[in-house]
Write a protein that binds this ligand. Structure first.
Ligand SMILES: Cc1ncc(COP(=O)(O)O)c(C=O)c1O
Length: 340
């Protein structure tokens, strides 16, 4: 295996060009077989719908190195299914689940040198995406599409990893009540850049978005889902069509119940009722579990467990989830895909 000179333990979440990416093209109603390429530049028509009308969607998943040096993917089938839900929402062709998983496997194998060693806390992040391309100018679905998967080694998304960080409630919305909040499409993220900048300038890690219809319920924590642990040890996470259904969140619902014996509930979380939680966190593939120290709402900081220490339930959830992902703890049936 090729050797790469990377300081694994100090990786952040930034782009690094790896050697190969998978590309497949959709034309005349079908995908071609696709193949691995070295060039990380895409050449597309200036009239591509992805560039003008945001006709694109993406995914994020990770490959993990186990103690015995093997590599495994965590629930890639769920990412494939979500990508296809996003594709349907934006009138783009779906990518067969087997094609999606096979493309991820090919990319990981071809870039094996970049899969961080076990125990470093770093992982290989995979970014699959579909974009509308080809010559078009009216607002309509593209005549052609590209499906691509690239990868890069990453460390923690929020600086500090398992150290709590603070968030502020944003006055802005990332998605509309019947819009595309539940799909992983670029427009949601474009509209979050400015509110993020406002939050960052005030010293917060990111924004908390409330439900766009009433601004009374928590929806997202930046680009992660919210969970809270009530004083009587229930794992609570909000539910709404404008929240992106996080694969990590659904995995944690299972882990909380089946591994930690906690009661779980998906229900509204009122921003005026933060007192019900003794711990809170943000969860997602990139964020893993980031403990929420406090939430600034109406210029008052509500602190959960602590601004500096992770709470015991959040810690246990983190250890169990990460243990499953790296193969130290037995996973539920069908969660782990070995890269061979
Ligand atoms: C807006 C948003 N919410 C939540 C998540 C977490 O989802 P997942 O756990 O599937 O990575 C992500 C990241 O994909 C996201 O972008």
């Amino acid at each position: 295996m090729k050797k790469v000179d990377i300081d694994w333990s100090n990786l952040g979440f930034s782009y690094l060009k790896t050697d190969f990416r998978f590309i497949s093209n959709w034309k005349d109603g079908k995908w071609d077989d696709g193949n691995l390429v070295e060039d990380n530049m895409l050449k597309v028509s200036e009239a591509s719908t992805a560039l003008h009308y945001g006709q694109q969607c993406f995914e994020g998943l990770k490959a993990y190195r186990t103690k015995d040096g093997e590599i495994q993917l965590f629930r890639p089938d769920q990412n494939a299914l979500r990508l296809n839900r996003s594709c349907r929402r934006l009138l783009m062709p779906e990518v067969p689940v087997e094609t999606f998983i096979d493309a991820c496997m090919q990319v990981v194998k071809a870039n094996e040198a970049y899969v961080p060693p076990y125990g470093t806390g770093a992982t290989l992040y995979l970014r699959p995406f579909v974009i509308g391309v080809g010559d078009n100018i009216g607002v309509k679905a593209a005549p052609e599409y590209i499906f691509c998967v690239f990868c890069l080694p990453v460390g923690p998304y929020f600086k500090g990893g398992m150290t709590p960080v603070n968030f502020m409630v944003s006055d802005y919305d990332r998605a509309a009540p019947y819009g595309t909040g539940g799909a992983k499409v670029g427009g949601n993220y474009a509209s979050s850049l400015y509110p993020h900048e406002v939050a960052a300038k005030k010293g917060y890690a990111d924004c908390i978005y409330l439900d766009p219809a009433t601004h009374t319920k928590i929806e997202e924590v930046g680009s992660a889902n919210f969970f809270g642990i009530t004083k009587d040890d229930k794992f609570i996470t909000p539910v709404s069509p404008s929240i992106l259904p996080s694969i990590t969140k659904y995995s944690l619902l299972h882990v909380a119940k089946e591994y930690l014996g906690l009661e779980t509930e998906e229900r509204d979380v009122l921003i005026d009722n933060l007192d019900e939680f003794k711990e809170a966190g943000a969860c997602g593939t990139a964020a893993v579990i980031t403990p929420i120290g406090g939430i600034d709402y109406n210029d008052k900081l509500h602190v959960f467990y602590s601004e500096t220490e992770v709470g015991p339930v959040t810690k246990k959830l983190y250890e169990t989830l990460c243990g499953i992902q790296v193969g130290d703890i037995d996973a539920p049936e069908g969660w782990i895909y070995k890269v061979k």
